[in-house]
Each structure stands twice: as C-alpha cells, then as structure tokens.
Ligand binder design. Structure first.
Ligand code: RNT
Ligand code: ZN
Length: 417
C-alpha cells in the first residue's frame, strides 16, 4: 500500500476515535510496549534439538506435513528472525528446554545447564529479543503418563531435578537480559481411563512443586499451566485448573491461561478479573482450539478479542505476559508465526481502542442499551487504519504485503530443506 494512503486513512481514523474519546497516537505508543512472547516450537512442530529426540509425546500432537520445518538451531533462528521482521514491534522468544544448543551431545533432562543456552542468550542480545523458558516433561523415555506426580520416587526426582535446573537456567537468562525470564511449567500428567488414585497424584504433584520452588530466584518468574485433558490421557488431568489456581493463589505463583485448555463453551477471558484478585500476574498461551485443544494458529476471534479487552479493562496490561502457543504443521510455519502474532496484536489494539471509559460510565448509570450500542459500534471503527499506520511506523509490510515476502523466503529457503 502507498505510504500516503496509509497516512491519510490514519488521519481520518484518528479523528473518528477522538470523537469517542480515544487518542490513537497514545494507543500506538501503548501498543509499541506490548510484547508478545513468540513460542519457538511453531518452527519445527515441537521437535527440539536433543540428539536423542524421540517422537512427540505427552498428550499433545502437531498435525500436517507441510514442507520446510526447521531442522536445526540455525534454521529455527533464521525462521524466527524472518517472522520477526514481518511483525511490528519488539517481541520475546519463548524457548522450551529441548531447544538447547546441545552441539551434538546427548544431554539428559536432569543434566541440562545454562551452558547449553549461552548461545541463545547471545543471540537474544544480538537480536534485541528477550527470552522466556519452559521445562520439558514430554517426548522422553521417562515421560510416561506421570512425571512430577509419579508414585515412583526415582521418576519423580528425575523431573524435579529437571525442573529445578530449568529455573536456574531461566534465572541466568533473566539476569543476562536485565528483565525477568518467565518460566512456564506444564506437565502432561494424567490418566487415559478410570483411575482411583487422584488424591495421591495431586498430593505428589503439590509436593514436587514445593520442592522445585523451594529456592527464591531473583531474575525469573514461575508460571504453572493447567488443562482439561491430553490426547491419550483423556479421563483425568493431575494438573487441573482447580489444582493450579489453588496452588498459585496460595503460593503467589503465576497461573498460565492457555486459551485452548478449557471446555469449548468456557470463556477464558472471564478468568482474568477473577484470578487477578488473588495472584500477582498472569501468563497467557494464546492459541485457537477447534473442537478440542488443537493448537491452531491464533486469529482475531471473539475469544482472543475478549481476553485482551478484559486485561485492558482491568487495567492489568503490565501484570500479564503474552505468550503464544500453537503448532500447525499443515502450512508455511513462518506464515503461521506472522499471521498469529499479528492477529494477537490486532486483538490487543482493538482492546486498547475500546471506548471503555464511556461504556463503564453508562454501565454504572444503568444505561445498558448504550453500553451494547457502543460495544457494537466499536467493531466497525477504523482500527485497521491504526494497525496499518503502526506497521508503517515500524517499517514492516502493511496489510497482506507480507504474504509475498514469506512466499519468497519459502522459494529461496524453506522449500529447499
Ligand atoms: C500443552 C500446553 C503446553 C505446550 C507447550 C509446547 O497442552 O499447552 O503449553 O503446548 O509447552
Ligand atoms: Zn500452553
């Protein structure tokens, strides 16, 4: 699109928004400070770089065989940088432990140290990208159905050791980047069919977490992620939402809201104002479930719009970490990053542009038709012109222009893998 066109449309949009009390220049500044934590695992269908890597396990699955997945650390870094060059703003990268720079060495999960992430820390610095981190309990011979809640002490201790080491690594990352590294702990533990030892498993998980979190760390923050079910573990999940909500509230930890992890009619957005009354912060895994926790690419759907709107309405922008979590192997993976990240950003932009003060005033005055009317009108406001301007300002392609860039990268790079 021509620069002049974008600017002209923006000027008009600015006036329209000013009429409902919104300063679009200010909102663009706010959006500049909104940082996504891009998940590294879209680039290679959650395979990682362990020399001894086995198949993806742990109740999750990536489907599709689109060519061009990253096969090693260099390819993954190149893909992530390509994607970042097409997303306005500065964003973080969320690494899983299995994405260490293992240099051809077999490093078991209970042996991992920050040494295998030194090159990531340097890469982050060189590319203005702060890092977040995740322990990895899946895709390992000791993953089984139960890890941190396994009645076998040997297996439990193995995963406790792994997760403690991940906290150490996250702490080093946070220190090096001068900004806390957000460590997410998700374990797949559950049962496929009828099972009767639920209290035992949950007590064991609680005990394992207590051991893992025993030491205070300065440069990292702990998140815990629950879910409804995993594939092959459909009947029972040890780390359910109730379990982690209670644990987080009691221990001042950060619950992770993965938007794919709820019952289909449940609204993740509604958890924001409930949880933030009891926990310090929230982590998000913005995803898109289709019929189940299918981890489709994030789009600008009602769930995501409402989620971000609830955060802004709660005045909680700074209390939330904005991770993405999807892994679609059925399309160009760089395209998946860019489309999903830009969609999340647009949802946030729309949340920031909402005439919430006026709506709130109406609501407190019992003027409910007025609230609804403004809510509906806001949908048709020219937010797209503001997003285009934001792209222009950030020197990234405006509108669909990024499709060509990704097609070119595919022709020259990913299709040759
Ligand atoms: C799985 C969880 C978890 C994973 C990543 C790879 O259901 O959402 O966050 O997707 O850790
Ligand atoms: Zn998740």
């Amino acid at each position: 699109m021509k620069e002049q066109q974008v600017i002209k449309a923006y000027e008009q949009a600015k006036e329209r928004y000013a009429a409902i009390g919104i300063d679009t220049d200010k909102v663009m500044e706010q959006l500049q400070n909104f940082h996504l934590s891009m998940h590294c695992w879209q680039a290679d269908d959650v395979k990682g770089f362990e020399v001894q890597a086995g198949a993806l396990s742990g109740g999750i699955q990536s489907t599709g065989n689109y060519p061009g997945a990253a096969r090693n650390i260099d390819e993954l870094r190149a893909d992530v940088l390509k994607a970042k060059s097409l997303i306005p703003g500065t964003h973080r990268l969320n690494l899983h432990e299995i994405y260490g720079d293992f240099q051809g060495k077999v490093v078991d999960r209970d042996e991992v140290t920050v040494d295998y992430f030194k090159s990531w820390i340097d890469w982050g610095k060189a590319n203005d990208t702060k890092l977040d981190f995740n322990s990895t309990s899946f895709s390992h011979p000791k993953s089984g159905n139960l890890s941190l809640s396994n009645p076998d002490k040997g297996i439990r201790d193995f995963w406790i050791e792994h997760t403690k080491r991940c906290r150490d690594i996250a702490d080093e990352m946070g220190k090096a980047q001068g900004d806390p590294c957000i460590l997410n702990v998700w374990v797949h533990d559950g049962c496929k069919d009828v099972s009767v030892n639920h209290f035992l498993y949950r007590s064991l998980l609680k005990d394992s977490l207590d051991k893992i979190f025993a030491e205070d760390k300065k440069h990292m923050k702990d998140c815990i992620e629950g879910k409804v079910f995993g594939i092959g573990l459909e009947s029972f999940t040890v780390g359910s939402h109730d379990f982690y909500t209670a644990y987080a509230a009691k221990n001042g930890k950060i619950p992770t809201i993965d938007t794919g992890h709820y019952h289909p009619a449940e609204i993740p957005a509604d958890k924001v104002s409930a949880l933030l009354n009891f926990v310090p912060e929230l982590m998000l895994h913005v995803s898109r479930p289709i019929r189940w926790d299918s981890d489709h690419v994030t789009i600008m759907d009602d769930n995501t719009l409402e989620l971000f709107a609830e955060i802004v309405r709660a005045g909680a922008l700074e209390r939330v970490h904005y991770g993405l979590d999807y892994f679609d192997g059925a399309m160009n993976r760089v395209g998946a990053y860019v489309t999903g990240s830009r969609a999340a950003q647009k949802c946030m932009l729309r949340a920031m542009l909402e005439p919430r003060e006026q709506m709130s005033k109406y609501e407190l005055e019992d003027k409910h038709f007025e609230v609804l009317a403004l809510f509906e009108e806001a949908k048709a406001m020219p937010w797209g012109a503001v997003y285009d301007m934001f792209c222009l300002k950030n020197n990234v392609p405006v509108g669909q222009e990024f499709i060509d860039v990704i097609q070119k990268y595919e022709a020259e790079v990913t299709s040759k893998r």
